[in-house]
Each structure stands twice: as C-alpha cells, then as structure tokens.
Design a protein around this ligand. Structure first.
Ligand SMILES: NC(=O)c1ccc[n+]([C@@H]2O[C@H](COP(=O)([O-])OP(=O)(O)OC[C@H]3O[C@@H](n4cnc5c(N)ncnc54)[C@H](O)[C@@H]3O)[C@@H](O)[C@H]2O)c1
Ligand SMILES: [Zn+2]
Length: 264
C-alpha cells in the first residue's frame, strides 16, 4: 500500500480564499482543535481509502489524486471526482457530524476557542451545521488553473464532459482538491490554532497523510490534552493519548457530551 506523502518543496499553487471563520484567540481558557478524516463520514456510507487495501473506491491514489495524474489522464481524474461529487446529494450527515456541530456552537457560546479542520472533501460537516476548514479542498468546488477562480457548484455530474471556467472561459477547470504533492489550504491558520490548542481531538483519520498526521504530535508536544478516536489504532498514536476505539456515530456523541460537561 503506498503511503503517499507530499513531496518536499511542493508547489505553493494555492490561492487564499477569503471569508470564513474560526478566529484564534490566545487569551481564552481553552482552545479545542478537532481534526477529522474519512472515518467520520464512513457511517454515512462514504468509503475511507485505507480500509480498502490502500485503494480509493478501487483506484490507485497515484492514478487519480496527483497533479501528474491530471496532466497524464485528465479524463480519468475528471470521471473519478465527478463520481465522488455525484455521491454527495445521496448521503447524509451522521450523528458524529451532528455532535461536532453541537460542540462547536456550545464551545464558542461558552467563550472558548474552537477550530474544526477536516481532511475530508465531502460537505457533511457543513450540512450538519459546522464551519469546517477544508485543508484538502472540497468536492463541491472547482478551481481554474488559468485565472485562479475557485467556485462552488454541485450541479452537472456528467463524467464525460469537462467544464469551462465561468470567468476566463479556460476550457477545463479542475476539482478544487489538494492533491498529493500540493500544499494544503489554510496552513497559517492551522499553525496558529495549534499553537493555542489546549484540547486536541483526532477523529477517524489513519495518521498516514502529512502534514495532518503531524498535528497530533505537535499538540502533544505543546502540552495539550490529546484525544484520539478511530476504528483502528492510527499510526501516530502515543501512549500519552486517550484512545477511544469504535464507530464515529456512536463514540463521538458520547465524547462531545463528556467534553461539554467537563468544560461547564
Ligand atoms: N469522506 C471524504 O471526504 C474522503 C473519503 C476517502 C478519502 N478521503 C481523502 O483521503 C485522505 C484519507 O486520509 P484519512 O486519514 O482521512 O483516511 P484513511 O482512509 O486513511 O483512514 C480512515 C480512518 O478512519 C477510521 N475509520 C473507518 N471507519 C470508521 C468509522 N465508522 N468510525 C470511525 N473511524 C473509522 C479507520 O480506522 C482509519 O483510521 C484524506 O486526505 C481525504 O481527503 C476523503
Ligand atoms: Zn478561469
């Protein structure tokens, strides 16, 4: 199974996206940082990729999730992401997504800091009421490599027709997904949030994809309480972490109840 990590010196092609969210504030009593991965959406019926022998829906990662793949065979990459996009209207947030939305609202209302950073490219966190930072991009958006426009669109799931950029008319926009070898979104925000974190919670991620895999260690080394939930023990787990195994839709609501009790 390939453990694909972004190459050193990966190209910084990402353009800042304005707008949303999640201020860090060093004077708050607690700062809760939640990192989620594919496991949080598994109970909604979206498959993880490491569970399936290192393949993602039957495809090798290097064939569909790298800039080289897009250059070599854009039709294959387009088809793959159009199929992933077409799944979105058919799936629903589960109790783990809903519990994390409740955590965000209640933690903010009590004056603590909060950030939800997801590696997921689905839109289930926001549909449950969260305001996630999508560090690996979003299935629901396209990116124009010509003019840099990123735009949201969840219509037209045809797998055999590229789409032009609505602004500059470049004939082929790409999925607004951070591929292996590219730099994730919002790393400045994430570094700042990690520096303030007092409680770090990792949910449903195998700890195999950098740089996200390093956030747990970073929070731990800064003295944060570290809580790790996943079906299987992730590769970056330490004996210092509190490990909660099980299915996200069962474990996360209980975890959120416990946390909110301990913060009140
Ligand atoms: N839903 C999505 O958006 C989606 C789906 C597949 C892959 N991806 C992409 O692939 C990369 C995968 O890395 P990753 O670490 O997020 O996922 P991964 O596939 O490498 O690991 C999945 C993790 O989830 C756990 N898990 C599986 N079922 C679970 C369940 N029901 N409840 C709780 N945990 C469960 C596994 O034990 C494992 O630790 C990410 O970068 C992501 O962008 C995204
Ligand atoms: Zn354009």
């Amino acid at each position: 199974m390939p453990v694909v990590r972004p190459a050193a010196g990966a190209i910084a092609r990402r353009l800042p996206r304005g707008g949303r969210d999640n201020e860090t504030n060093h004077t708050l009593k607690h700062f809760i940082f939640v990192l989620t991965g594919a496991g949080v959406s598994a109970d909604s019926g979206i498959v993880t990729f490491r569970g399936a022998g290192g393949l993602w829906e039957g495809y090798k990662i290097e064939d569909v999730a790298t800039p080289m793949a897009w250059k070599r065979d854009p039709a294959l990459v387009w088809r793959f992401y159009q199929m992933r996009r077409a799944q979105l209207p058919a799936v629903q947030p589960n109790d783990a997504h809903r519990a994390l939305a409740r955590l965000e609202i209640e933690v903010r209302a009590s004056g603590h800091g909060f950030a939800l950073v997801t590696q997921n490219v689905d839109n289930l966190h926001e549909r449950a009421g969260s305001r996630p930072v999508h560090m690996h991009g979003e299935l629901a958006r396209f990116l124009c490599e010509q003019c840099g426009l990123s735009h949201g669109d969840l219509t037209d799931f045809r797998t055999d027709a590229f789409r032009p950029c609505p602004k500059c008319k470049f004939p082929r926009v790409r999925p607004d997904i951070v591929w292996f070898g590219e730099v994730p979104y919002r790393m400045d925000f994430i570094s700042e949030a990690l520096a303030s974190t007092t409680i770090f919670i990792s949910i449903g991620t195998s700890g195999a994809v950098d740089p996200a895999a390093g956030f747990l260690k970073e929070a731990r080394s800064r003295g944060a309480r570290t809580i790790v939930h996943s079906l299987d023990e992730p590769g970056n787990l330490s004996s210092r972490d509190e490990f909660l195994p099980g299915n996200a839709s069962e474990v996360v609501p209980r975890l959120v109840d416990d946390l909110l009790r301990s913060l009140s």
